[in-house]
Design a protein around this ligand. Structure first.
Ligand code: HEC
Length: 132
């Protein structure tokens, strides 16, 4: 004989009910997020692509001034794409960007060019520790 209490029918019923409530809440959360419609899947994937650049080029391409890495925010599209192509085919000398640029196809580079160009209209984040 086991000394653990047997699962009663009422415990099982309660568990099923709890699960049903949890699922309903989760489904509503998903519906709300979709209904907000603020971001499409394409927007999100572009933003996560661009986020991989933020570690060096700053949030949304606003590099830390004096940090030695150029800002991408507001960079003209053509210049951005020419740089990325140059990094990719090795004609533009670089320390790190040649390796990075090889990971992106032409469509992704074009989308990133649009994304960073548009960031030029946003104010740069205040540097850490700057006066309010
Ligand atoms: C590990 C740091 C690092 C990451 C991550 C990084 N970059 Fe760079 N980037 C650099 C450095 C350093 C340079 C200067 C060229 C070099 O030495 O590679 C540069 C230069 C550039 C330039 C040329 C800008 C100019 O005005 O000359 C572009 C365009 C660029 N990066 C785009 C990107 C994009 C797009 C991403 C994300 C997909 C990215 N970088 C991620 C470090 C980085």
């Amino acid at each position: 004989m086991s000394d653990r209490p047997a699962v009663t029918a009422s415990t099982a019923r309660r568990t099923r009910l709890t699960c049903a409530v949890a699922l309903t809440i989760a489904a509503n959360a998903v519906l709300l997020a979709c209904a907000a419609g603020a971001q499409t899947a394409a927007d999100l994937s572009l933003r996560s692509l661009a986020a991989t650049c933020a570690g060096c080029h700053g949030t949304a391409g606003h590099a830390v001034q004096g940090g030695g890495i150029p800002s991408l925010a507001g960079m003209p599209r053509e210049a951005f794409m020419a740089d990325m192509r140059g990094f990719r085919d090795g004609t533009r000398p670089a320390t790190i960007m040649q390796q990075l640029a090889k990971g992106f196809d032409a469509a992704q580079i074009e989308a990133l060019a649009d994304y960073f160009f548009a960031r030029g209209n946003e104010p740069a984040a205040r540097p850490a520790g700057a006066a309010q």
